[in-house]
Design a protein around this ligand. Structure first.
Ligand code: CU
Length: 333
């Protein structure tokens, strides 16, 4: 309701989550307006009604338990509603469905790189399908970056040395602005990428490396201008295939198998998503962060039943290679 009143200054709703955030925002704004009027109104009324008059003497007040109970219960209830509401949207925003289409995102001074399962890499433009869940698995090559798509109301820190993720399901086709919301550093504000949401036909064409035709520019206010289509990047085998090459080049094959047999180290077949028992008794899920951490800091944890002889590959594997490597290990089902 307030958003409509402010149309033009609030971005369009490009996802269902955007509409939910806006609902919460409306509620907070409405609540603030209500209490502002209530508190300031009461204050003005009291100033006038109880102003100093010589003939009127204030009676002795000892307090009111009822009043106290009300001003504890009502704000508590309202805060719990705000918490529950916000948490529920946050939860649905961070927990991606299992079938989400994955894109790996790398932030770097001062651009964004995107890697796809089919092996393509694009810079400052990320191509995604319309009305399908899309998950971004993100990391940084240097400093903290902040990945933000205002039209989708999603935002996530991108941190060097680990993976963070965010997901969305775009409902408005066209090009949407991406901002880097990190403040310190000269050119984060210049990291202006576009999310390009393609309809079914365009998505098919993009995956077949055919021209995708024109894509409209979706401005915050929803005004659309048709812009020239983006160049199609060339692929060099799927991301997993690129990862296989890294796996062989870096010598992982010397100690690991991909067919289930145990060598010096455990096999990588079926590793991704499985539960790993560690020598110190902990059990961890082998997700992107676990695998990455084990490659960069093998001494930080040791798989039960194995010797801690794996060398560190820190600084020897670039972020694009790491994404490919993990995509390969993930493909070893
Ligand atoms: Cu940045």
């Amino acid at each position: 309701m307030f958003n409509q009143a402010l149309a033009g200054s609030v971005p369009i709703q490009g996802t269902a989550v955007a509409a939910r955030w806006d609902g919460l925002w409306d509620f907070l704004l409405g609540l603030s307006a209500f209490f502002f009027v209530l508190v300031v109104g009461a204050m003005i009324y009291f100033i006038i009604a109880y102003r100093h008059r010589p003939e009127k003497k204030t009676t002795y007040l000892t307090g009111s338990h009822l009043l106290e109970a009300v001003w504890i219960a009502v704000p508590t209830l309202l805060l719990m509603i705000i918490f529950g509401w916000g948490y529920s949207i946050y939860h649905s925003m961070t927990q991606a469905p299992a079938d989400a289409y994955e894109v790996r995102v790398i932030g770097k001074q001062w651009l964004w790189t995107f890697q796809y399962d089919n092996g393509r890499t694009t810079v400052n433009e990320v191509f995604v399908p319309l009305n399908r869940p899309v998950k971004f698995v993100m990391t940084s090559e240097d400093v903290l970056h902040g990945f933000y798509i205002p039209n989708f109301r999603i935002k996530q820190d991108v941190v060097p040395g680990m993976y963070s993720s965010i997901w969305f399901q775009a409902t408005v086709p066209g090009k949407h602005q991406v901002f880097c919301t990190e403040y310190c550093g000269t050119s984060h504000s210049g990291m202006l990428a576009k999310v390009i949401v393609l309809d079914d036909a365009q998505w098919k064409a993009w995956n077949l490396n055919r021209p995708i035709g024109n894509v409209p520019e979706v401005k915050y206010s929803g005004v659309e201008e048709v812009s020239a289509q983006s160049p199609v990047a060339s692929a060099q085998g799927s991301l997993a295939e690129q990862g296989k090459a890294v796996y062989e080049k870096k010598g992982c094959v010397a100690c690991h198998s991909v067919d289930g047999t145990t060598k010096v180290g455990p096999t990588h077949k079926g590793l991704f998503g499985s539960k790993v028992e560690l020598a110190d008794g902990r059990t961890v899920v082998a997700d992107e962060n676990y695998i990455r951490n084990h490659i960069e800091n093998p001494q930080s944890s040791t798989v039960k039943g194995f010797n801690a002889v794996m060398p560190t590959f820190k600084g020897l594997i670039s972020e694009t290679e790491m994404n490919a490597l993990i995509a390969y290990i993930k493909s070893l089902k």
